[in-house]
Design a binder for this molecule. Sequence first.
Ligand code: GLN
Length: 445
Amino acid sequence: QDLLGRIDRLDGTLNSFVSVTADQALEAAEAADQARARGEAGRLTGVPLALKDIFCTQGVKTSCGSKMLDNFVAPYDATVVEKLKAAGTVSLGKTNMDEFAMGSSNESSFYGPVKNPWDLDAVPGGSSGGSAAAVAAGLVPAALGTDTGGSIRQPAAFCGITGLKPTYGRVSRYGMIAYASSLDQGGPMARSAEDCAHLLNVIAGHDVRDSTSVARGVPDYTEELSAPLSGLKIGLPKEYFGDGLDAGVNQAIGEAIKVYESLGASVREVSLPHTAYAIPAYYVIAPAEASSNLSRYDGVRFGHRCDNPEDLIDLYKRSRAEGFGEEVKRRILIGTHTLSEGFFDAYYKKAQQVRRLIRQDFLDAFEEVDVLMGPAAPTPAFDLGAQKDPVSMYLQDIYTIAVNLAGIPGISVPAGFAGKRPVGLQILGTHFAETRLLNVAHQFQ
Ligand code: GLN
């Protein structure tokens, strides 16, 4: 009730929620109280949280930030939603996001931009900007986000919270609306690595309904949080500290690295030589997969349907023209082009080959060091409306995107400020190294 009141007071300004599900929340809270009274409470019983509006929630609008799904009430729960409910958590609602998770600023949402609680002139980052802002403003202690090219880590960095993108396949994608299926991964956003560990304990694991989820045991991610860091080998990718890195961000990251040295870690420079190709490869692969995934929105089965279609083609055309925003249309056009006969080999296939090299860069680096560290984004949160050109927005993703192409996990932790805007330190590990990442993040906090 306290948090619902806080949302009521503050979210008119922040716009971090698309839907607040107060009735269901109070019911779930009541059930949590009863479970506690029966002595059946688990670690997360009664913990309030919020869900990015990309996760299907039974009986609740699931818009994915799009006019296309403004009328869509999901008939089932995503696996992670089911698991969080079973763990006794209480969802307060669905958070705002870039349309279909395409964006780095939350400005492509049909429901309008979200404001950064640290500075209302700044974006919260994207695409999980609503989740990040809601946690940063204390509207909820934790939220779920998704990360296809940085959408958990970059908004976490911009809003001064902790966000973890798990290894691809660690968390089920069933019921998570697809953007780019080979890159999408859900994960926790919270105030601390410890809170993220508790959430990951619940949401991780194999799911027969997602064939890309990995059949591998789920450890207790809180167990190693306090392990000492003496002897930890940290690599600093030289490509992550080059031109275009804001001086204030660079300084905050440098100070964070010194803290790790004081905790007994050693630091050395490493190279990820194909870094420069990550953005071009991603912006071929992600739109290609998106154009295929978004073909289901045809105005027939669910979602927006135009009025009085003349025939089937008119129905498709107008429903899609009206339902999708500008950035989504741009990606569908790019993806349809790069997948088309005659262009496939030159673009999509080439991008997949580059992806392989990028993955190998990381695997080679992890032969030398335990974790990589660097900034989560080249600048602190930028002003609302400042990035007018789509390509300059894409360039924001320079430090996050390669991680998704490689499938490895990454976490962003608050590492001070540049001016009054937060800076995020990104920590990367090899596949399934979440325990280690959470430990390293926790020791800093
Ligand atoms: N900014 C990137 C994009 O627009 C990443 C988004 C995401 O991770 N969902 O595609």
